[in-house]
Design a binder for this molecule. Structure first.
Ligand code: HEM
Length: 403
């Protein structure tokens, strides 16, 4: 079989969903693949592509060899732009000890316990949104439900005025949609950072009980200093989009999977205790944050090849999550799957800070959907985001019908 190559540095290769065929081939034939630079690779360099679960896990768990510093970002197609503004100062683009110091300022606010306090609020907001849909309605589920709850939740958590929510969500979406045009995509990320600066000034002047106030006023134990404006803008530019864009795609992708597998929907309805495993399966199945990028800090031998110091190494959690060396029948959506060692939320020191929030949002939204007295069917064409970093649906047209 010849390699079903697609240029994975080009967001437009993702407009039919994730290119699974190519990655299935890579897992089988070339688990450490060298991707040559193409016309759209923004910095003109090639990069390694790691596709098997065991290899992805090895790399995530070895941050000394595979550095995130100046490398975690992946905006604007390809793997990263060298001089990205947040490089080296946003938590996901730093190594320890700076990474640990940054993460310590926010960890407490994102624990399962702290996030659990939001459950009732999110539940009543979800009920309200679903209550506005009647039998016979045609709605874009991606916009009406999937985008709403995560953006509302991250506003509550960070203390962002809710009236600014749709403007911010639109900037994030435009940035994601225009990935193949680096200039436009960067302009949207600058808009978010500029908004962040205004918020920083307001929180400085008037601290409130929210996570962003805590970050703005946090003092490092070592020297009593606070974070600089640039570091704070990067914090906001990471936290708001991370909270808004990923779970959105997991919710719409989970809904699509349930509509395509009506037996799974019925099974969950009759046995709600399966929700815990269903949430993990939705995470595995959708893996919205589908790859990461590190830089090798030394020469390493891997799969019979040599990764040289300074080489870019991309690892693809979505591919790892379809690896039949780890998952039985990986292309079947199984709401009762157990064990489920997916890597959708990463692992190791950069393990997703928002994991408790993402899991809570998924649980609440799907529990309420199953109880709302409606069934949903696909009612139009899917629109996938033209982005290689964030896989998911921009539009999911559905029709509601009384259950
Ligand atoms: C389904 C939803 C989500 C998915 C699939 C997801 C996925 C991930 C993954 C794979 C990483 C690891 C990054 C790396 O190894 O470089 C990560 C890190 C991170 N996530 Fe999430 N995430 C989700 C939701 C959230 C939410 C709701 C927040 C809320 C703020 C969030 C904030 C972060 C942050 C700040 C990091 C960086 C942590 C660090 O570098 O220490 N994520 N996420």
């Amino acid at each position: 079989m010849t390699m079903p190559y697609v240029d994975i540095s080009d967001g437009r290769s993702f407009t039919q969903g994730f290119p699974h065929e190519f990655f299935t081939w890579l897992r089988e034939h070339d688990p450490l693949y060298w991707h040559e630079p193409t016309d759209v690779t923004p910095d003109g360099e090639g990069f390694w592509v790691v596709s098997r679960h065991a290899d992805v896990d090895t790399i995530i768990m070895d941050p000394k060899t595979y550095s995130s510093d100046k490398a975690g970002g992946r905006t604007a197609g390809g793997t990263t732009i060298k001089d990205e503004i947040s490089a080296g100062n946003a938590m996901n683009q730093t190594d320890d000890p700076l990474h640990r110091r940054l993460r310590a300022t926010v960890n407490e606010g994102f624990t399962v316990k702290a996030i659990g306090e939001l459950e009732e609020e999110l539940r009543s907001r979800t009920r309200k949104l679903l209550g506005e849909i009647s039998s016979g309605d045609h709605v874009d589920f991606a916009m009406r439900i999937a985008r709403e709850i995560p953006t509302q939740a991250i506003c509550i958590v960070l203390g962002v005025p809710e009236e600014d929510r749709l403007m911010l969500a639109d900037w994030i979406d435009r940035g994601i949609e225009t990935q193949s045009d680096a200039v436009i995509a960067v302009e949207y990320s600058r808009k978010i950072r500029r908004y962040g600066q205004g918020l920083i000034e307001r929180k400085r002047a008037q601290p409130v009980d929210d996570i962003f106030s805590t970050i703005v006023h946090a003092r490092f134990e070592t020297d009593g200093s606070t974070l600089s404006n640039n570091e704070l803008r990067s914090f906001f530019g990471l936290l708001f989009p991370a909270g808004a864009e990923t779970t959105t795609r997991a919710i719409s992708g989970g809904m699509l999977a349930l509509m395509e597998n009506p037996n799974a929907w019925q099974r969950l309805k009759s046995d709600p205790s399966l929700m815990k495993t269903a949430v993990e399966e939705i995470l595995r199945w959708t893996t919205p944050s589908c790859y990461k990028r590190r830089t090798a800090t030394r020469d390493v031998k891997h799969s019979g090849k040599t990764i040289r110091e300074g080489d870019k190494v991309t690892f693809w959690e979505m591919s790892a999550n379809r690896d039949d060396r780890v998952f039985n029948d990986p292309f079947s959506f199984d709401v009762a799957r157990s064990p489920n060692k997916h890597l959708a939320l990463g692992a190791g020191i950069h393990f997703c800070l928002g994991s408790a929030l993402a899991r809570l949002e998924l649980k609440v939204v799907f529990e309420e959907l199953l109880k709302c007295g409606l069934n949903f069917t696909l009612d139009g064409d899917l629109v996938w985001t033209p982005n290689n970093r964030l896989v998911g649906l921009m539009s999911l047209p559905v029709k509601a019908k009384a259950a």
